[in-house]
Write a protein that binds this ligand. Structure first.
Ligand code: NAI
Ligand code: MG
Length: 353
């Protein structure tokens, strides 16, 4: 298989973990006889330094012509004083929007060997393996009007969705559930919100098309509670933009470190942008300490969701798990035992296994 991948390393540890992901992809390509070509472009702080803008035109153009995009992380203290339209984070929001990436997939899995790195009880977290499918380009964060009114004494935000916007994210979630444990939890606030009532209706309609998937509806407040009191009850969770934003940060405490969490943001035609959930970690940048696993698992998601290479993706995921089970970990994981190693050693172990 021949694929063209745009790499946007960005700032801080973004460049370090991107190097790691590229090495893993090169190894996979050799092993499975694929041909991956790479094109590196600037985004975020590095783009501000070299082009005077966090999202240069040529970066957007290259992403538009790519089969998939891998992104490291953006930002850092060097650019913190800039006006908000010039900040590195604008590059990130801009590229998601420019590519119409409506589906945000965040898998959250607790690895057995890392259980005590989570602040939650081990027996409660053990076996957690869920996927949050969050609508990313609609809802409260994009609806208009969103403004102060009456001389600033009242204020409005708008939660707006079209049927088509809900249908495409619900379809995506059912498709994900089909490839997993075939259980879908739809999270809404249908006892109060009109938008949630339509959301629930659409999930009910769609489930006829996916008879092998069991469907459960949960109100968002109950879902927030169950996510940390009984996380193993979940397989795939589908929800609107803001609920997904909140629940996915909450779910991240199941894993023990930000450095473990990958994500995918997808468009309807399968083009996607894959990035770790963490930021540029300026406190450890340039020290060779960064955990490359979130970025490496993001590249596995790229193989699966943009290229349909499930076997290759699974090989990466299983290899990562086996290295963790063997006791190796980076400094971000609060481990009592095992062997602490750096970014390069972790990457080497994964590549050689
Ligand atoms: P952060 O995620 O960069 O770091 C939070 C803490 O976790 C730090 O102590 C860091 O050392 C640690 N950490 C994060 N990823 C790690 C990894 N892979 N390995 C080891 N340790 C890791 O969040 P923070 O500090 O709030 O933000 C730093 C900069 O990153 C800011 O400029 C922020 O705006 C930006 N940022 C960018 C994001 C992105 O590009 N998607 C997301 C979040 C923040
Ligand atoms: Mg958030």
């Amino acid at each position: 298989m021949k694929k063209h991948i745009v790499l946007l390393p960005g700032d801080g540890i973004g460049t370090e973990v991107m190097e790691a992901a590229k090495e893993v992809l090169t190894t996979i390509a050799d092993e499975f006889n694929h041909s991956f070509s790479y094109e590196v472009h600037d985004i975020g702080g590095v783009a501000i330094d070299f082009h005077g803008t966090p999202l240069p035109k040529q970066t957007v153009e290259a992403c538009n012509n790519a089969d998939a995009v891998l992104l490291g992380a953006v930002g850092g203290p060097k650019w913190d004083q800039l006006p908000s339209h010039l900040r590195p984070e604008k590059g990130l929001l801009g590229i998601r929007k420019a590519l119409d990436l409506f589906a945000n997939l965040r898998p959250v899995k607790s690895f057995d060997h890392l259980l005590h790195a989570s602040p939650l009880k081990e027996e409660l977290v053990k076996g957690s393996d869920l996927l949050i499918v969050r609508e990313l380009t609609g809802g409260l964060y994009f609806g208009t009007p969103s403004e102060r009114q009456q001389n600033g004494q009242s204020v409005v935000d708008t939660l707006f969705y079209t049927r088509q916007e809900i249908e495409r994210i619900v379809d995506k979630a059912f498709q994900c559930a089909q490839t997993r444990r075939k259980h879908l939890t739809s999270v809404d606030k249908a006892n109060v919100l009109e938008s949630s009532k339509l959301w629930r209706e659409i999930v009910e309609e769609k489930k006829q098309q996916y008879p092998e998937v069991t469907v459960e509806h949960l109100l968002v407040d109950a879902a927030a509670m169950k996510l940390i009191t009984n996380p193993t009850q979940f397989d795939v969770i589908v929800t609107e933009n803001m609920f997904g934003d909140i629940l996915s940060d909450e779910a991240s405490v199941l894993t023990g470190s930000l450095g473990m969490l990958p994500s995918a943001s997808l468009r309807e035609d399968g083009v996607g942008l894959y990035e770790p959930v963490h930021g540029s970690a300026p406190d450890i940048a340039g020290q060779g300490k960064a955990n490359p696993i979130a970025m490496i698992l993001s590249s596995a998601m790229m193989l699966r969701h943009s290229f349909g290479l499930d076997e290759e993706a699974r090989l990466i995921e299983e290899t990562v798990e086996s290295i963790l089970n063997a006791g190796f970990h980076t400094a971000d994981l609060n481990m009592k035992s095992g062997q602490q190693i750096g970014t390069v050693e972790m990457t080497q172990l994964i590549v050689e296994s």
